[in-house]
Design a protein. Structure first.
Ligand SMILES: [Zn+2]
Length: 287
């Protein structure tokens, strides 16, 4: 059993554009799950990739969230200000022999990385990407919405990049380092990130930290069957109708809607009503 007195959850948006309905569902789901367990809820801005970050998008997102009464229990942290922590994690992994240098161009293999450079060390003569050498043959997770999932090394996931050739830290490394630093106990996010779980679990194992529980919410799909995203130009959430947005997100997660036009009242009631067994056990669901 999980000790819920230490429950810490989080919502971690990338500042690549304003919040759309899909990200509101993830924010709301993580908030309600944390609050209903008496836990803390944190917001972290994942601005690791400077070329993709949109100026001012972080402030816009935080304002949209607070307009829906979704406010972090601790000061919001920014990944771009935590690069030294990611370097520390890399050193730790390297000292334990988990990393190797890789210079394979992406076009040299199809799909999953075949482990071409696996026997290399990290002593570099040229700038290289750093890869994590997976030692597990399978990773299993009992996801609280999607059920038991098993990933097989070499089929579902391979050795993955933790630092890119251009020196940027990779997503998996940054997420795990921050979730460990923030003592996150349960990750509630969209099912599009379910496939990141085996790689993140490998990092937890390598860093001798227990991996968190996961709850992957169905992705919000548009009429075309594609995930709503900034890339598909999903409409921005309109804060003027925050109560309607929250109720629409509650309905999407198959939770009771609340007859109120006050976001705070809706959240308070939704926390009491929250039941994870009502969440549709689907990877995606059309609006
Ligand atoms: Zn390689």
């Amino acid at each position: 059993m999980t000790d819920h007195s230490h429950y810490v959850g989080r919502f971690a948006p990338s500042p690549t554009g304003p919040l759309h309905f899909g990200s509101l569902v993830a924010a709301l789901g993580s908030y309600l799950d944390a609050r209903s367990a008496g836990g803390q809820w944190l917001i972290r801005v994942e601005d690791l990739d400077p070329p993709r970050a949109v100026r001012g998008a972080d402030r816009h997102i935080l304002k949209q969230l607070s307009d829906h009464s979704l406010v972090s229990d601790q000061p919001v942290i920014y990944q771009s200000q935590r690069l030294h922590r990611f370097d520390d994690a890399l050193s730790c992994l390297n000292d334990k022999g988990h990393l190797y240098a890789c210079n394979c161009p992406r076009r040299s293999y199809l799909g999953l990385y075949p482990g071409t450079c696996r026997t290399q060390t990290t002593s570099e003569t040229q700038p290289s990407a750093l890869r994590f050498r997976v030692s597990e043959t399978t990773i299993q997770q009992k996801d609280l919405a999607q059920g038991a999932v098993t990933w097989v090394y070499g089929k579902d996931f391979g050795d993955f990049i933790v630092r890119r050739k251009d020196g940027l830290h990779a997503y998996q490394l940054a997420v795990v380092t921050d979730d460990i630093a923030q003592k996150v106990t349960r990750i509630v996010r969209g099912a599009d990130l379910l496939s990141a779980t085996p790689m993140q679990t490998c990092l937890y194992h390598a860093l001798d930290v227990q991996s968190p529980e996961t709850l992957h919410l169905p992705m919000v799909l548009g009429r075309d069957g594609q995930k709503l995203s900034k890339q598909t130009h999903a409409p921005t959430i309109n804060a003027a109708v925050a109560a309607d947005n929250l109720n629409q997100a509650l309905a999407f997660l198959n939770q009771p809607i609340i007859a109120s036009d006050n976001p705070k009242i809706i959240l308070g009631a939704a926390v009491k009503n929250w039941r994870t067994d009502r969440i549709p056990k689907l990877m995606g669901k059309t609006l």
